[in-house]
Design a binder for this molecule. Sequence first.
Ligand SMILES: C[S@@+](CC[C@H](N)C(=O)[O-])C[C@H]1O[C@@H](n2cnc3c(N)ncnc32)[C@H](O)[C@@H]1O
Ligand code: SF4
Ligand code: SF4
Length: 372
Amino acid sequence: MISRIEIKILFALAFRYFNLLSSYYIDKILPKPFELHFEATYRCNCRCVFCKRWKEGLKENLRKKELKYNEIKELINQAYDIGVRILSLSGGEPLMKEGILSLMEYAKNKGLITSVNTNGTLINKENVSKIIDCFDIIIVSIDSLNGDKQDAIRGFKDSFKKALNSVFLLKKNSKNNFIGVSTVLNGENINEILEINAFFMKKGIPTFFQPIHNNPANLFNVSKKEYLDFGLRLEEEYKKIIKNYIYPNRLIKYLYKDYYRKGLDFIMNPMSTINQFVCFAGLYSLFVDPYGDVFPCDICRCWMGNIREKSLREILMSRRSLHIKRQIKNRKCNCWLLCSAPVFINLSKVLNKNNLRSNKFVCPHSKSMENR
Ligand SMILES: C[S@@+](CC[C@H](N)C(=O)[O-])C[C@H]1O[C@@H](n2cnc3c(N)ncnc32)[C@H](O)[C@@H]1O
Ligand code: SF4
Ligand code: SF4
């Protein structure tokens, strides 16, 4: 069954399509991003093997720099005014951010579709109904059905028990919310992807997976060797996954099947898939980090501005942003994240441009998180 939220998103996006196309081709037209990815904090109670954001969250000077309640409220207002209709929250562990539920309630009342990616360890009987009221879409990260393995991956004792309880609690209390599970496909769980999918689908909970990324710029850190070993072991298993994966409905199957199918190429050689989609980062979506810095996406840390210095509208129309937009058109970067690649692959299909030639992409504004 296609959910109410999926239909709402599709209709809203269809109305936005003309702006997306015109701002893609004509520089002077203000892009009206449809989705804002906001990383509320890099603080986190987990210590995942493939993500080093929690380390960033330990730095006292950065903690002090995080956007405050009223600044986030202003960000929501400005985002809504320029046309954002989906607010996707991530982090760090976003539920650790002070005042975040009240801010999301505010965003939802304003008319935004709200979504959160969480490690699921902080959801309990006491706060579940509030969380259900604040978020339309709640995606919990679960990387294995083996508790010990999940705890080792997440570097947090009982993370599996807690995350699983959260998923069931959310599902039980759901009021038409979209509750899903997301898995990072890595060397430890290749053989489990179908099992995870079948286990949750039986309970009416859709699952998604994204390949592990190795990208120091956004602190998705994996050693090169670990990454390569994983690719070599994966090929056969991946084909089985693609063949047998269960989708919750036809719409999700339509929107995600190419993302999964071509994902193997990305894992084997990330740069080989650079021509697989036109990138709409900065046009369809925008990314704001915990300190108010604006980037086109999570991976490409080309700095567009800071919301403490300029409004979102000014940032989007600045010469710097226009330059970055042109660079992205001829990009040298690539990613296969669930939050961007599936949408961009589908938008590219409509544009009939999923086989673009790319030139050299050198971002002059690159700002690695490690160099702060
Ligand atoms: C950075 S986390 C933030 C939200 C929350 N803390 C969580 O883990 O769900 C967002 C998503 O990125 C995934 N992730 C973390 N490191 C990754 C990596 N190296 N490659 C791909 N995905 C990764 C997480 O599993 C999660 O699904
Ligand atoms: S993936 Fe999520 S839970 Fe794990 S360390 Fe990174 S932010 Fe924390
Ligand atoms: S292709 Fe590059 S700019 Fe586009 S979403 Fe991926 S990393 Fe970001």
